[in-house]
Design a protein around this ligand. Structure first.
Ligand SMILES: [Zn+2]
Length: 281
């Protein structure tokens, strides 16, 4: 039986980091997360690495995790703007063609996002989840320069609850069609309400920032918005599906991905929804 409502957590970490600063670069074990997520009815989760000094390696670890639960997890490839300079195309091709990943993840804590990354995402029709860590001015540039690339800017632009940054971010979220956000880690609930009112529910995705934040606690914020059913469903999963599908259905997309993959072009491109019960949109 096809479930009416599909809940997709668009933001979760998995695998081990090779640092020793805190959980974010040390360990993102998913055992507890998966139990907690199952308890509150989360159907799918987008997983990417913790902070790591070698994202090619870390992405391969995430790929193994995703492959162990193919009907439960999706993968995004973490990219370091500086350390991976010159090899972004290669990393993204491996991620999409070999691992079946659906997007890229970049964190300002590593370095500022680069044109190289944005252009690879544009050419391969991939969304980018980019944590700007409060550097909101970057969002305007991404909206202006790469309108074809969907950017999910998590935490309303600031995990650190920087009210000024989050306030300013909502302007960009309202203004640029390719700018989205997720609900993960947002504590100032009034700002989340304001984002829905001003930018619209179609610009906001449910995310938990698991396994370090509890997906049930994060999910309860979406319900607390008390939205109409259709709007709530956009946030819970439909927006994510729409982003992925709009890219997948772009003309010449498959050809471009194959071209980008070059020698890997003969490998099968994985349709994330093949044989699965994604709701009709
Ligand atoms: Zn995160």
């Amino acid at each position: 039986m096809v479930k009416q409502r599909l809940i997709i957590d668009c933001h979760c970490h998995g695998g081990k980091g090779d640092g020793l600063t805190g959980p974010w670069d040390t360990n993102a074990a998913l055992d507890k997360y998966l139990q907690r997520a199952a308890r509150v009815g989360i159907d799918r989760t987008v997983v990417f690495s913790a902070f790591h000094s070698d994202y090619q390696y870390a992405n391969r670890v995430v790929a193994r995790i995703v492959k162990s639960r193919p009907n439960r997890l999706f993968g995004f490839a973490f990219i370091h703007p500086h350390r991976d300079r010159g090899r972004v195309q290669r990393l993204a091709s491996e991620a999409v063609l070999q691992h079946g990943f659906l997007g890229l993840k970049v964190h300002r804590h590593d370095a500022r996002i680069t044109r190289e990354i944005c252009e690879v995402a544009r050419n391969m029709a991939l969304p980018i989840l980019y944590d700007v860590t409060g550097e909101i001015s970057a969002v305007r540039l991404l909206g202006q320069e790469y309108p074809e690339v969907p950017f999910i800017i998590p935490h309303l632009g600031s995990f650190a609850d920087d009210w000024r940054a989050q306030q300013a971010f909502i302007d960009h979220l309202s203004r640029f069609p390719n700018i989205f956000t997720d609900t993960s880690g947002v504590r100032r609930f009034d700002l989340l309400e304001e984002a829905v009112e001003r930018a619209g529910a179609h610009k906001i995705l449910f995310g938990s920032d698991g396994p370090w934040l509890h997906p049930g606690v994060e999910l309860s914020k979406v319900y607390a918005l008390r939205l109409a059913r259709e709007e709530e469903q956009l946030i819970l999963g439909k927006n994510f599906i729409r982003i992925i599908r709009s890219l997948r259905h772009r003309p010449k997309m498959r050809k471009r991905i194959m071209k980008a993959g070059r020698q890997q072009a003969t490998q099968r491109f994985r349709d994330p929804w093949q044989g699965q019960h994604a709701p009709r949109l």
